[in-house]
Design a protein around this ligand. Structure first.
Ligand code: SAH
Length: 261
């Protein structure tokens, strides 16, 4: 099996970050409410630890080695985030539709990106500090992040998905997950500086707000359009003097869009 390139693979020069800044309303913060169960059926055997354990074994086979990532993905019940009709595919190595034309990434891609994010500066307890997620979608990745970071700010531009994620996450009672409705291209200044910023949608360049809101020592992990029109995974690391940029493997994410809908 061929292993993907690790990090860091230094590229020449610093990041060029010159996208247009969009002016959209400031995001509204919504604390995930403590509440009763989601009411979503668990599916026969799908809430069993064993199904997730097999998924985690596959992550290891794909080269994911971080124990925190494996523990987090082994714990979060992915089937609670997908449509009832798709529940039996929830732990397969596949991306799945989550409504409004958006998709939840394959487990392998979620694990890979969070592992890259965790390569940045960690707190004394081994966790990342505050993390910003762009593209809440169904809320699955936010739930995984809540287990490896002290605070998770997750922003979604589609009101329908923001509401759906709130419903999905209610079951988990995660006081450190903060769901925001707004345009993630502007980041979320109130939570800054972030130890990590992770995007689940791919743009043409890294918005300047993300770089401004990233702490020194922190990382941005995001899909990005490359010359030629294909997407690749991009990792940026902020040092006291520069942004180091690394381009990794090809990926396929939904587009990063400006504004809210
Ligand atoms: N992490 C998600 C995956 C969501 S798919 C999960 O676990 O389900 C990517 C999401 O990014 C979509 O819901 C899309 O609406 C959202 N998105 C795209 N551009 C955005 C932007 N500028 N701000 C916030 N969300 C955005």
């Amino acid at each position: 099996m061929s292993r993907r390139p690790g990090f860091p693979v230094r590229l020449e020069g610093s990041a060029a970050c010159t996208p247009a800044v969009t002016h959209t309303p400031a995001p509204v913060q919504v604390q995930v409410q403590v509440g009763s169960g989601s009411g979503r059926p668990g599916g026969i055997g799908l809430d069993s630890q064993a199904v997730r354990a097999r998924m985690v074994q596959r992550l290891a086979a794909h080269g994911i080695a971080d124990a925190q990532v494996m523990a987090a993905m082994g714990a979060v019940e992915r089937h609670r985030f997908v449509d009832t009709a798709l529940v039996n595919q929830a732990y397969e190595e596949t991306s799945l539709p989550i409504g409004l034309g958006q998709t939840i990434s394959k487990p392998n891609v979620v694990g890979r990106m969070i592992e890259l994010l965790l390569g940045g500066a960690k707190g004394p307890d081994g966790r990342l500090g505050r993390v910003l997620e762009i593209g809440t979608g169904c809320g699955y990745q936010a739930a995984v992040l809540s287990r490896v970071a002290t605070e998770v700010y997750s922003i979604e531009r589609l009101r329908g998905l923001h509401e759906r994620a709130r419903g999905n996450l209610r079951h988990f009672r995660l006081p450190n997950v903060h769901l925001l409705f707004g345009d993630g291209m502007a980041g979320y200044a109130k939570g800054a500086p972030y130890a990590g910023i992770i995007a689940a949608a791919g743009g043409e360049a890294v918005p300047p707000a993300w770089i401004e809101q990233l702490a020194v020592g922190g990382r941005i992990v995001a899909p990005m359009l490359m010359p030629g029109g294909r997407q690749a995974l991009l990792v940026m690391e902020k040092t006291a003097r520069e942004m180091k940029q690394t381009v990794l493997e090809p990926v396929h994410f939904v587009p990063l869009k400006s504004g809210i809908a």
